[in-house]
Write a protein that binds this ligand. Structure first.
Ligand SMILES: NC(=O)C1=CN([C@@H]2O[C@H](COP(=O)(O)OP(=O)(O)OC[C@H]3O[C@@H](n4cnc5c(N)ncnc54)[C@H](O)[C@@H]3O)[C@@H](O)[C@H]2O)C=CC1
Ligand SMILES: O=C(O)[C@@H]1CCC=N1
Length: 268
């Protein structure tokens, strides 16, 4: 039986716990979760998923895998608390935005580390994750780490520095799409539809568009042109997006998020 220990019990920890249990990667009995102070949150995770939230110090030493899942600003103090407890050879999987592998080994000692940027769609097995490893990760461990992320979606190996861009795009990405959906729902009701109808239409439109991009050999601009009849509705809509500087807004969004990821490395 394995021991998988989450340090941090927030939304992303819950998404991975849910995804791994659902995909039968780990049983609830194999998962241990702790956080800083919120006992009610731990009780909720125990009651909902059956994971272990009350355990002794031996669990730290026996853990096969420790998952760093606190906020980046809490990472240094959390690792400081963790270091004396983990005398064993546990590998580390970090989902911390911005925090470098070197910072982790500086605080937790030389050990295998996978730095991962998943997203909350891991909950339903649909995460898009980026991953980078340090040189302590063996070939066997590397394939285990990849399997863990494949179980909750797709995963792509990148250079560690590229994880800032991955964070800005697919790590934060679900929030951009939810924000877009909020806007569709708001305007949809202004043009005469109910919120439920808009949600149904646009959820299917997003899913269909994503599937077209996956299945088609065409680039997005080619697919877009197939929707855009000359003098038609799409052309009018796109013109409005251009007038409101859609491309500049998206560029600023991703660049700001990427820069924030880089600056999180220095946050205290
Ligand atoms: N929420 C998301 O969509 C994603 C988050 N991430 C990363 O995952 C990490 C967690 O994010 P969320 O789950 O959104 O945060 P959250 O705020 O929901 O949860 C953070 C958890 O860490 C715990 N914590 C804080 N200090 C601690 C300490 N010293 N020891 C033990 N536990 C401690 C808190 O009690 C809380 O349970 C962050 O580093 C974030 O960058 C990565 C990808 C996506
Ligand atoms: O907002 C954040 O900082 C985290 C990282 C990616 C998604 N959520």
């Amino acid at each position: 039986m394995k021991k998988i220990l989450f340090i941090g019990a927030g939304s992303m920890a819950e998404a991975l716990i849910q995804g791994w249990i659902k995909e039968k990667v780990f049983t609830a009995q194999e998962i241990y979760v702790t956080n800083r102070s919120d006992k009610e949150r731990l009780q909720f995770l125990h009651d909902t998923y059956g994971v272990n939230c009350n355990f002794d110090h031996d669990t730290y030493q026996q853990a096969d895998l420790i998952i760093l899942a606190m906020k980046p600003k809490d990472a240094i103090s959390a690792m400081h608390e963790l270091k004396p407890k983990i005398t064993g050879q546990s590998a580390i999987l970090s989902i911390l935005a911005g925090i470098a592998i070197n910072t982790i080994t500086e605080h937790l000692g030389a050990r295998p580390v996978a730095r991962v940027m998943p997203n909350t769609s891991a909950t339903i097995g649909m995460s898009a994750s980026g991953i980078a490893f340090n040189d302590k990760v063996t070939t066997e461990q590397r394939s285990i780490f990849l399997q863990l992320l494949e179980a909750v979606g797709s995963v792509i190996e990148v250079d560690e520095d590229q994880l800032h861009a991955v964070t800005a795009l697919s790590g934060s990405g679900p929030a951009y799409i939810y924000y877009l959906m909020e806007a569709f729902e708001r305007v949809g009701t202004k043009v005469g539809l109910s919120k439920d109808t808009v949600r149904l239409l646009m959820t299917q439109t997003l899913a269909g568009t994503a599937e077209m991009l996956k299945q088609s050999v065409d680039d997005p601009d080619v697919l877009r042109r197939k929707v855009t009849s000359p003098g038609g509705t799409t052309e009018a809509g796109i013109k409005a997006l251009e007038q409101y500087q859609f491309n500049e807004a998206i560029e600023a969004c991703i660049k700001e998020a990427e820069a924030r990821s880089r600056s999180l490395a220095n946050s205290k």
